[in-house]
Write a protein that binds this ligand. Structure first.
Ligand code: COI
Length: 354
C-alpha cells in the first residue's frame, strides 16, 4: 500500500469479505468492497474524510434526504490491467459533474483533493476487489445526502459525502428491448434532468415497471412537452445508427451529460464514423425501422458501458432490430474497454493512474 494520504482519517477493516463474493455470478450492486469513505459537512465546512470498514451508519429519521430527496450521486469505474495496475476512467469528469449536480440541489461543493485522496486510498486498500479481464471493473458510487435533523422544507445545513465500491461486470447481460414513452416524462426544461439527482431515477421506476410488465427492460424518454423527440433511457444515453451515420441527442438541462456518451462520440469520430449530435424525432426512427435503414440502437453509461438495444415498441408496434455485421456498438465497446483496461493506446488521455 502507498503511504496514506494526508488529510484523511483511516481505520482499516479487521478482515476482508472478499471470499464471500461469487465473482463468476456477479449481480450488479450486490457486494461492496471492504472500505468506504464518509465525509461530514457541518458548521459550514467539509470535515476530515474518514476511511472506514463498509457497513451500516446511523442517520436521523428526520434527515432532509428522506423527506425531500436532497441527494446526488455519480457512477465511475476502476479497471485493472494485465500488470495489476489500477486505472480510473475520466475521474475528473465525475468530480466536476457531481459538483454541478450538487449546485442544482443546493448541496455544498465537495473539495477536489478530498475526492481524489479518498478514491486513491480506497483503491489502494481494496485493490484486490478490482478484477482484471474483459468486462470486469470496480464500480464506484460517490454520493452526497442532506442529513440535517428536521423536516422543514429547506436545504440541509449538514451533509454526508460517501464513496462505496462494488465489483461489476455487464449491467445488462443480454441485448435490451425498450419502450418509447409517449406519456411519462423523465425531466422538463428548467428541471434537474441534467443532474445526477437521486429523484430522477426514483421517478423513473414506476413507468419502467409498467414497461417491464410488457417485456421491456427500459424506457426511452421523449421530451416532456411534445413527446416527439427522443432523449435518453433510464440508465443510459442513447445512440441511433441510420445507414452509416451515428446520431445522438444533444445534452440540455433535461438530458444527462454522460461521460460514456461523450467518450463514444469522440471514439466514433476517431474511427472515421460520421457522428451527428442533433435532435432526433421518434417518427424518424420509426420510418428508418420501416424502410430498413435503422441499423442499430445502443445505450451508453458507466454501469451499462454500451448496451445493444435489440428492438423497441412505439405506439403499440414492436420494431425488431436484428444484430448487424460489423456493428458499431460492438466495435466501439471493444475500443472503449481496451482503453479503460490499458490494453490500447489512450490518444485522448482518459486513463488516470491510481
Ligand atoms: C451509471 O451508469 O453509473 C448510472 O448512474 C446508472 C445507474 C442508475 C445504474
Amino acid at each position: 500500500m502507498n503511504t496514506p494520504k494526508k488529510s484523511l482519517d483511516i481505520t482499516t477493516a479487521k478482515s476482508s469479505r472478499l471470499d464471500q463474493v461469487d465473482f463468476d455470478n456477479l449481480v450488479f450492486g450486490k457486494y461492496y468492497a471492504d472500505h468506504m469513505m464518509i465525509c461530514d459537512y457541518k458548521d459550514g465546512a467539509w470535515q476530515t474524510p474518514q476511511i472506514m470498514p463498509y457497513g451500516p451508519m446511523e442517520i436521523e429519521p428526520s434527515s432532509k434526504v428522506f423527506h425531500y430527496g436532497q441527494a446526488v450521486f455519480e457512477g465511475m469505474k476502476a479497471f485493472k490491467d494485465d500488470q495489476d495496475k489500477v486505472w480510473l476512467f475520466r475521474p475528473e469528469e465525475n468530480f466536476e459533474r457531481i459538483n454541478i449536480s450538487s449546485k442544482r440541489m443546493a448541496i455544498p461543493e465537495f473539495p477536489k483533493d478530498y475526492f481524489f485522496n479518498s478514491l486513491e486510498t480506497l483503491l489502494d486498500l481494496d485493490q484486490e476487489w478490482v478484477k482484471k479481464g474483459e468486462g470486469n471493473s470496480l464500480y464506484i458510487r460517490p454520493f452526497a445526502i442532506g442529513t440535517e435533523y428536521g423536516v422543514s422544507a429547506s436545504p440541509s445545513n449538514e451533509y454526508k459525502f460517501i464513496i462505496i465500491c462494488c465489483p461489476a461486470k455487464a449491467y445488462y447481460s443480454t441485448p435490451v428491448k425498450v419502450l418509447i414513452s409517449d406519456h411519462y416524462s423523465r425531466s422538463a426544461d428548467g428541471g434537474v434532468g441534467f443532474a445526477k439527482a437521486a429523484g430522477n431515477y426514483g421517478a423513473s421506476f414506476y413507468p419502467t415497471n409498467l414497461a417491464k410488465e410488457k417485456g421491456y427492460q427500459q424506457v426511452i424518454w421523449t421530451d416532456a412537452s411534445t413527446h416527439e423527440y427522443l432523449e435518453e433511457a433510464g440508465t443510459m444515453n442513447v445512440f441511433f445508427r441510420i445507414g452509416d451515420k451515428l446520431i445522438t441527442a444533444p445534452t440540455s438541462d433535461r438530458i444527462l451529460d454522460g461521460i460514456t456518451r461523450k467518450s463514444i462520440i469522440d471514439l466514433a469520430k476517431h474511427e472515421g464514423i460520421d457522428v451527428e449530435v442533433r435532435k432526433i424525432k421518434v417518427s424518424e426512427i420509426v420510418e428508418a425501422a420501416k424502410n430498413g435503414t435503422l441499423k442499430e440502437i445502443f445505450g451508453t453509461g458507466t454501469a451499462a458501458t454500451i448496451a445493444q438495444i435489440s428492438g423497441f415498441e412505439q405506439d403499440g408496434t414492436f420494431y425488431d432490430l436484428p444484430e448487424v455485421e460489423n456493428a458499431y456498438n460492438v466495435k466501439l465497446k471493444k475500443k472503449l474497454q481496451d482503453i479503460q483496461a490499458n490494453k490500447a493506446e489512450d490518444p485522448f488521455n482518459w486513463r488516470y493512474a491510481v
